[in-house]
Design a protein around this ligand. Structure first.
Ligand SMILES: [Zn+2]
Length: 239
C-alpha cells in the first residue's frame, strides 16, 4: 500500500541556507532494533527525524527528508539522493549486544530488554571525504545534547566484540565507525545519531515522549546550525 505513505523525498529549502539531508534509519522490511516494549526502531526514527526537520527549518536550515516512506532499502541510494545537500544526518535509536539482553513480560508478551546502558551516541567515518566537518558537527550536536541535559552512552567504545568503536570526541559521545555505509558513501559531511537506547525500559519511554523528543530535536538542530557554513546575505556577508 505504497500510496498511504508520503513521497520518498520531501524537500524544504530556505534560499541561501545550508541544507541538511535527514535520513530516517531503516525501512519497513528491516525496521532495526526492537524496543523493550516491542516497538520497531523505524517508528522512533521516523518521529524524531520529523521533529529534527521542524527544528532545523525553524532555525533557517534547509532540509531534505530521506527514507520517511519506509521503502528506502538501498543504503547507497540514500546518500545518492542526498547529493544536493550540504550535510547528511542519519537518525537511529540504539540497542545493545545480544548477550546483555534479558526477558520480561509486557502486555502478556515476552520481550527482550537491557537496562544496563542509556544515552546518545554519534558516529563519524574516517572514510568520509569531509571528516573534519563531520566531526565538528558531531561534536557540536553532542555538546548541544549535553547542554540540554542528555548524556553520552559511551559503551560503543568498550573493548568487546561488536563494539570497539574508538572515541573521536569522548566528552561529546562521538565515535569513529569507519565502515558505516551511509557515512562513508556520503558526498557531504555525515554523522549518524543514536538518539537513545530503546531496549532500556526507562529510556524507551523517555525518547518516545513528545517533550523529550522535541528537546533532542532542538539540541540536534542547534548543533547543526552552529557547525554548518554561515548563511550568506545579499551583500555576501556571512552571518
Ligand atoms: Zn538503527
Amino acid at each position: 500500500m505504497r500510496a498511504l505513505f508520503p513521497p520518498l523525498l520531501c524537500v524544504a529549502v530556505s534560499a541561501g541556507a545550508a541544507t541538511v539531508a535527514i535520513d530516517v534509519g531503516h525501512f519497513i522490511e528491516e525496521p532495526g532494533a526492537t524496543s523493550a516494549r516491542g516497538r520497531p526502531e523505524l517508528d522512533f526514527n521516523r518521529e524524531l527525524a520529523a521533529d529534527i526537520e521542524s527544528a532545523a527549518r525553524s532555525r533557517g536550515v534547509g532540509t531534505l527528508l530521506i527514507g520517511a516512506d519506509g521503502f528506502a532499502s538501498r543504503l547507497t541510494q540514500r546518500t545518492a539522493d542526498a547529493a544536493g545537500a550540504d550535510f547528511f544526518l542519519s537518525v537511529h535509536h540504539d540497542s545493545v549486544q545480544p548477550h546483555f539482553l534479558e526477558t520480561w513480560e509486557f502486555d502478556r508478551v515476552e520481550r527482550l530488554f537491557s537496562d544496563r546502558y542509556s544515552g546518545f551516541s554519534l558516529f563519524v567515518s574516517r572514510k568520509n571525504r569531509a571528516l573534519a566537518r563531520s566531526l565538528a558537527c558531531a561534536s557540536a550536536m553532542g555538546e548541544a545534547l549535553r547542554g540540554a541535559g542528555f548524556s553520552p552512552s559511551l559503551y560503543h567504545a568498550d573493548p568487546i566484540p561488536g563494539e570497539n568503536k574508538p572515541f573521536a570526541d569522548r566528552r561529546n559521545g562521538v565515535h569513529y565507525y569507519d565502515n558505516l555505509v551511509v557515512l562513508k558513501t556520503a558526498g557531504t559531511p555525515a554523522v549518524l545519531l543514536e538518539a537513545g537506547v530503546i531496549v532500556n525500559r526507562d529510556e524507551e519511554l523517555k525518547v518516545q515522549s513528545e517533550e523529550v523528543r522535541r528537546r533532542i530535536a532542538a539540541a540536534v538542530a542547534d548543533g547543526l546550525h552552529r557547525c554548518l557554513p554561515g548563511r550568506r546575505t545579499n551583500a555576501g556577508a556571512v552571518q
